[in-house]
Design a protein around this ligand. Sequence first.
Ligand SMILES: [Ca+2]
Ligand SMILES: [Ca+2]
Ligand SMILES: [Ca+2]
Length: 299
Amino acid sequence: MKQKLVRILKITFYFCTICNILFLVTCSDNGGNGDECEDGLVLCDDECVDLNTDPDNCGKCGNVCGWDEVCRNGRCVSNCIPNCSGKECGDDGCGGSCGSCSQDKVCQNGRCVSNCIPNCSGKECGDDGCGGSCGSCAQGEVCQNGRCVPTIECYDHYDCGNNEICYYNNCEVAWGREYRITVVSAQISEKNVEDDNKDWDIGGGMPDPFVIVAINDNEVGRSEAIQDTLSPVWNYTVNVTLYEGDEISFWIFDEDISEHDYIGGVRDSDPISTIKEGGFTFTDPSYTVQRLTVEIEPR
Ligand SMILES: [Ca+2]
Ligand SMILES: [Ca+2]
Ligand SMILES: [Ca+2]
């Protein structure tokens, strides 16, 4: 009886050993029960799976992810990897966005660029309307209304130096250049106040004035005589070249048959002032030449 019991125990032992071996083999191959999965794994359909990563059991047993999805942290997500390298806007390649542009810009090749269209039509310089440039001007020029024009240095002679004039918006040396002098008109005293108040012509006749223009006392021009008037209007013009230090004189005569009577003269020893003023009006009511109006302009 004792021997029989031992035998039974032996058989049981062997049987159980085999059972144990079988169990271990079975468990390591295709799982066993819930208690047998390693830490972090869960038994799903007789398999120990990681619900965080298993696309057939994502998050929970039997939750199968789509063909284009992967299981990440227990959720089915697209298996696409977004790529925004070097991009500040536009598609990330996975249906997402790499960013959006501000209102005045558009996304072009992953970059936010101005949506302004530059306009340089008819322009050689200046703003293109989008913050760019249509070109720059050469030295001595300035951009005006999209065109390169010479730099404006002056608007009148006083914008320039002492011995300079403003010529077509450029300051130029005043001397060694041609001017047009116009002797406009004069007012002559009724009698020759310089010579005992004599009449200009015999019997109270009025003078017949003409004017001579002289540079440094050399005659350079002579007007026609106007008959019998104290208020000659000549509008006589003569072109002269003026140099620094020149003096301009205006001699007025009464034309006579024999020797002309000298009425009087006005000497301009400061022509640069006259040039800058565009002329002068001399007045002296006590003199034979009570008024003389002259204009001058560069040619
Ligand atoms: Ca006379
Ligand atoms: Ca006369
Ligand atoms: Ca006369």
